[in-house]
Design a binder for this molecule. Structure first.
Ligand code: DPP
Ligand code: ZN
Length: 893
C-alpha cells in the first residue's frame, strides 16, 4: 500500500456541484448511474485531468455532457477513472454507469447484502466501491438518489435526506426518490432497501418542528427497539439543552442490520446500526447492552453536528469528529447515569485499550501524520484519547469558556470540512490562551509518565510537589517535547478533610487544576498547617500514568475520604496493583502445575502484607458502605484486571502467573468478606420487575459481584447454579452462567447451564454470542480446543462479524491464559484464522490481529512464538492492505 501524508494535502482541482444517483438494485448485478456536475476550481491548473477513485469497479458507460465520451479522453481501471481535456471554467456533466455485485461483497464496505437487506457502509472509502467518485471528505455536495427495485422483496427504499416521492416502475418494480439538501461528503451516503419492521415516534425540536423518528428492524423484533427509540429522544433533547444543537431534517431513520463491521454509522438522516446496538429487552439484553445502546445511539446522533454539519477536511482529522463525539456521548451518559461510575468505566477502558496501543508498535498520534490504510485508524487512540484531549480543553478553560468555544466552532465552521487547528483556534480565541503547547496532545503519541514526589516542611508550613514528565518514544517519534498536562488535585488532612493553601508558587494553579507544562516543575503550597495527603489527577483529568509512591496509609485515606469518587476508586486500585504485581513476579515462571493455588495465595499476601491488609480493609469498608451508590461499590469489587496487571508489569509477561496472582487475591478478599458478600447478595436482590435504569443496574452489579466472590470462597458452583435458575433477566442469567463456566467449567452444573442457555436462546444470534463469548473466555490451556469445537457449532457463522468477534475475538482479547498458552499453539491458530478471514473481510481480520500488539511485552518464549506466527502472516501472499499494514507495523523495529 501507498503511504498517504498529511503534509501532501491539497484541495481538489474540481468542485462537485451536485450528485444524482440512480440504483437499479439486483442482488448480483446492481446498476448504478451517477451524474456528477463539476466545475474547475478557480486558480486550478486548467489542464489538470479529473481523477476519480474506484475500488473493484466495472465501468459500463461514460458520458460527457450526455454524450458518449471519446475513448481517447479517459482511462479506466477498477481503481481509477481519469478523464482529460475538460473545460477550463464552465460546468460540465459526467455520467458514469457501473455494475456491482452486492451479494459478493463480503468486505461489508460499499453496497452489500445483510440477511437479504441491501445496505451500505461508505466510511471511510466505501463509496468508491459503488461508483467512481472524488471519494474524500472535503468534497461536499448535495445528493439526489433514485432507487429502483423489486417491490415484493423490497417494499422499503431508503436514502439520506427527505423523501421526494415514489411510484410503480413496471414489471413488479417500484422506485423511490430522496433528496438531501445538506451538502455532504460521500462517506455519509447511505442506501437501504428490503423488507423490515418499523417502530415510529416523533420529536419536537426546540424551535417547535416535528421530526419523524423511524427505527427499522427485522420483522418481529419491533418490541426490542423501544429502548433505542427512548435513547434517541433523550439524545436529541440533551444536545439541545447542553450544546444548543437542533436536528435539521424532517425525518431521522435508524436501520438495524446483522452484518456490520463497526458499531454503527452516522449517515446523514439514515443511521445504519449493528443490530447488537439497537435490540434489547430484559430477557435478551444485559445492563451493559442497554448502556451501550444508549451510548451508541447518542454517539451517532451527535455526529449530526460533530461530523456531518462540520466534517473533516481529510482522514488525518478523524479525531475532530470521533474524539469530540465520544466526548459528547460520554457527557451524555454521565448525565443520564452516575457521572463518577461512568468515569471509572471510561478510564478502565482507556487504560485497557488505549494505553496498551499507545505503548506498543501500533502507537500513533491522536492525529496521525501518515497512514497506509485509513481503516486501521479507527482506533482507541483516535476515539478515546481524542475524547480525553477534548475533555482536557474543557478542564483548562472551565465550563463557560468551553461552551463559548464550542458555540464559536459550530457557528464558524458549519458546512465546512474542518481541521484540528480550526477547532483548537476557537478555544484559543474565546479564552485568549495560547494553546500551541496543548496541541502537542494531537501530534505526539505515547502516554506521558508523570513522576511525583512530595515533601512537607512543618516549620515553614510548606508543601512541595515535584513533578517530572516524560513522554516515551513511539514509532517515528523518538524525541518528545513536554506537554501541557492539567491535573485536578486536592490536599487532605489526616482526618480526610480538605486543606487549603494560602498561596502557591512554581506554576499555574487555577482553582483545583494544576498545570504541568515544564519537563520538571516544582509547586510550593504555603500556609499548610499539617502534613497533607495529595490527591492527584482527580477525575482522571489527564490521560497520563502517575508514578507516585504513596504509602498504604495515604492511599487508604484517599480511598475512604476523598471528595472525588474517582480518586477513591483509583486509590484502591493503587493499593491492589503493587500487591498483584509482586505476587505475579514471585510466582512467574517457576511454579509447577501442581499446587499453584496454595503457593499463589501465600504469595499475594506475602508480597506486601501491609498493603494487602490495607487494601482488604479499605475495599471491604467501601463495599459495605450503604451511603455509597451500589454501582460504585461494584466497581471497587472489580479489582484490577489481568490486563491491568500486565500493563503495570510492562515486560516479561507471564499471563499464567498474573492469573494466579489475581485469583489468589480474589480468594483472599472473598474469605475476608464472606459475611458482607452474603448480605449483599440478599440485600441487593429485588422483586421489582426489571428496569434498565442506572440505579437498578448498579444494585444488580453489586449483587452479582458479591455473588462471584461468594461462589469462589465456597469453591462450590451451587450458589451460581441457584442464581442461574432464579434469574429473571439476562443480566443475572449471563452473570451466573459466566461464574459457573469460568470457575467450574467441567462441572455438571456448568454444562447443564450451557445446554439450557443454548436451547433457550436457539435462533437468537445476539444472545448466542454471549454463549460463545463466555466459553471462549474460560481461562487455561483447554481454551483452544474449545474454540475449535465451537467453530463447528451450527450457530457459528464465519461471515458475520458479531459471531466472529464473540468467539475468536473474545478468545484473543479477553482470555490471556488461553490465548497466550506457553506452547504458542493459539498464536498459530490465530494466524490461520486471520488469513482465512482476510480473504473475506480485511477490516475484521486486521482488527482481530491487533490482539497480538502486546507481543513484545511477553516473556521471551511466548514472544518468540508470537513473532513466528506474525511472520507467517507477513510472508503470506495476497494479504489485504489492512492486514499487511498492521502486521508490518507490529513486526517493525
Ligand atoms: N460509525 C463510526 C462511528 O460513529 C465511524 N464514524 O464512530
Ligand atoms: Zn463516531
Amino acid at each position: 500500500g501507498q503511504v498517504v501524508s498529511l503534509a501532501d494535502y491539497r484541495p481538489t482541482d474540481f468542485v462537485l456541484e451536485r450528485v444524482d444517483l440512480t440504483f437499479e438494485l439486483d442482488p448480483t448485478e446492481t446498476k448504478v448511474e451517477t451524474r456528477l456536475i463539476f466545475h474547475r476550481r478557480e486558480g486550478a491548473d486548467p489542464t489538470a485531468p479529473l481523477v476519480l477513485d474506484g475500488d473493484e469497479l466495472v465501468l459500463t458507460s461514460l458520458l460527457f455532457d450526455q454524450i458518449e465520451i471519446d475513448p481517447g479522453r479517459y482511462t479506466a481501471t477498477p481503481n481509477l477513472l481519469t478523464i482529460r481535456d475538460l473545460p477550463a471554467a464552465e460546468p460540465f456533466e459526467i455520467t458514469i454507469t457501473t455494475l456491482i455485485n452486492p451479494e459478493a461483497n463480503t468486505q461489508l464496505m460499499g453496497l452489500y447484502r445483510s440477511n437479504g437487506i441491501y445496505c451500505t457502509q461508505c466510511e471511510a472509502e466505501g463509496f468508491r466501491r459503488i461508483t467512481y467518485f472524488p471519494d474524500r471528505p472535503d468534497v461536499l455536495s448535495v445528493y439526489t438518489v433514485n432507487i429502483i427495485a423489486d417491490k415484493a422483496a423490497n417494499p422499503l427504499l431508503l436514502s439520506n435526506g427527505n423523501f421526494l416521492g415514489g411510484a410503480g416502475y413496471g414489471e413488479g418494480k417500484h422506485f423511490a426518490a430522496w433528496f438531501d439538501p445538506h451538502p455532504k461528503p460521500s462517506y455519509l451516503f447511505a442506501l437501504v432497501a428490503g423488507d423490515l419492521g418499523l417502530v415510529e415516534d416523533t420529536f419536537t425540536t426546540l424551535s417547535g418542528r416535528e421530526v419523524a423518528l423511524k427505527i427499522y428492524v427485522e420483522h418481529g423484533k419491533e418490541p426490542r427497539a423501544s429502548y433505542a427509540m427512548d435513547a434517541l429522544k433523550r439524545s436529541m433533547k440533551w444536545d439541545e439543552d447542553v450544546f444548543g444543537r437542533e436536528y435539521d431534517l424532517d425525518i431521522f431513520m435508524i436501520v438495524a442490520v446483522s452484518d456490520f463491521n463497526m458499531g454503527a454509522m452516522e449517515n446523514k438522516g439514515l443511521n445504519v446500526f449493528n443490530d447488537k446496538y439497537v435490540l434489547a429487552d430484559p430477557e435478551t439484553a444485559t445492563d451493559a447492552d442497554y448502556a451501550n445502546i444508549e451510548a451508541i445511539i447518542a454517539h451517532e446522533y451527535f455526529h449530526n453536528w460533530t461530523g456531518n454539519r462540520i466534517t473533516c477536511r481529510d482522514w488525518f482529522q478523524l479525531c475532530l469528529k470521533e474524539g469530540l463525539t465520544v466526548y459528547r456521548d460520554h457527557q451524555f451518559s454521565a448525565d443520564q447515569r452516575s457521572r463518577a461510575v461512568k468515569r471509572i468505566a471510561e478510564v478502565r477502558h482507556l487504560r485497557a485499550e488505549q494505553f496498551v496501543e499507545d505503548s506498543g508498535p501500533l502507537a500513533h498520534p491522536v492525529r496521525p501524520n501518515t497512514y497506509k490504510e485509513i481503516n486501521n485508524f479507527y482506533t482507541t487512540t483516535v476515539y478515546e484519547k481524542g475524547s480525553e484531549v477534548t475533555g482536557m480543553i474543557a478542564t483548562i478553560l472551565g465550563p463557560d469558556l468551553f461552551k463559548a468555544g464550542m458555540d464559536l466552532y459550530f457557528e464558524r465552521h458549519d458546512g465546512d470540512a474542518a481541521t484540528v487547528e480550526d477547532f483548537v483556534a476557537c478555544f484559543a480565541e474565546v479564552s485568549k490562551r495560547d494553546l500551541s503547547q496543548f496541541s502537542l496532545w494531537y501530534n505526539q503519541a505515547g502516554t506521558p509518565n508523570v513522576t511525583v514526589s512530595c515533601a512537607y516542611d512543618v516549620g515553614a508550613g510548606l508543601f512541595t510537589v515535584d513533578l517530572e514528565q516524560v513522554v516515551p518514544p513511539t514509532p517515528g517519534q523518538p524525541n518528545k517535547q513536554p506537554m501541557h498536562i492539567p491535573l485536578r488535585f486536592g490536599l487532605l488532612s489526616a482526618a480526610g478533610a480538605p486543606l487549603a493553601a494560602a498561596g502557591v508558587e512554581g506554576g499555574e494553579v487555577s482553582g483545583d487544576v494544576l498545570h504541568l507544562t515544564e519537563r520538571r516543575q516544582t509547586f510550593r503550597f504555603s500556609g499548610i498547617a499539617e502534613r497533607p495527603v495529595l490527591s492527584l489527577n482527580r477525575g482522571f483529568s489527564a490521560p497520563v500514568v502517575l508514578h507516585f509512591k504513596q504509602d498504604s496509609a495515604d492511599l487508604a485515606l484517599i480511598a475512604s475520604h476523598d471528595s472525588d469518587l474517582f480518586s477513591r476508586w483509583q486509590a484502591l486500585s493503587d493499593l491492589a496493583l503493587p500487591v498483584l504485581c509482586e505476587s505475579a513476579r514471585q510466582t512467574g515462571g517457576k511454579v509447577a502445575a501442581k499446587g499453584r493455588g496454595t503457593k499463589a495465595k501465600s504469595a499475594a499476601v506475602a508480597a506486601d502484607p501491609a498493603a494487602a491488609v490495607a487494601l482488604t480493609k479499605s475495599l471491604l469498608s467501601i463495599v459495605g458502605d450503604d451511603s455509597l451508590e451500589p454501582a460504585f461499590r461494584a466497581q471497587a469489587l472489580a479489582l484490577p484486571s489481568e490486563a491491568d496487571i500486565a500493563r503495570e508489569l510492562g515486560s516479561n509477561i507471564d499471563p499464567d502467573a498474573i492469573h494466579r496472582a489475581r485469583q489468589a487475591l480474589v480468594a483472599e478478599i472473598a474469605r475476608a468478606g464472606l459475611d458482607l458478600f452474603g448480605q449483599l447478595v440478599e440485600g441487593m436482590a429485588s422483586d421489582a420487575p426489571y428496569s434498565p435504569d442506572a440505579a437498578s443496574a448498579g444494585r444488580r452489579a453489586l449483587k452479582n459481584a458479591a455473588l462471584g466472590y461468594l461462589v469462589q470462597a465456597a469453591q462450590d458452583p451451587a450458589k451460581a447454579a441457584e442464581a442461574y435458575d432464579k434469574a429473571d433477566n439476562m443480566t443475572d442469567l449471563s452473570h451466573a452462567l459466566g461464574v459457573l463456566v469460568t470457575y467450574f467449567p467441567e462441572t455438571e452444573a456448568a454444562q447443564a447451564a450451557l445446554g439450557n442457555f443454548q436451547t433457550r436462546f436457539a435462533g437468537n444470534a445476539l444472545v448466542l454470542d454471549k454463549w460463545f463469548s463466555v466459553q471462549a473466555s474460560i481461562p487455561g490451556d483447554g481454551a483452544l480446543a474449545r474454540i475449535k469445537a465451537l467453530m463447528s457449532n451450527p450457530g457459528f457463522n464465519p461471515a458475520n462479524p458479531n459471531r466472529v468477534r464473540a468467539l475468536i475475538g473474545s478468545f484473543a482479547f479477553s482470555n490471556p491464559t488461553g490465548f497466550h498458552r506457553a506452547d504458542g499453539a493459539a498464536y498459530d491458530f490465530m494466524a490461520e484464522q486471520i488469513l482465512l478471514i482476510d480473504k473475506r473481510n480485511p477490516q475484521l481480520a486486521a482488527r482481530l490481529l491487533t490482539s497480538m500488539r502486546t507481543w513484545r511485552m511477553l516473556e521471551p518464549t511466548r514472544a518468540e512464538k508470537a513473532k513466528a506466527a506474525l511472520s507467517t502472516i507477513e510472508k503470506s501472499s495476497g494479504l489485504s492492505n489492512d492486514v499487511r499494514d498492521i502486521v508490518e507495523r507490529m513486526l517493525k523495529g
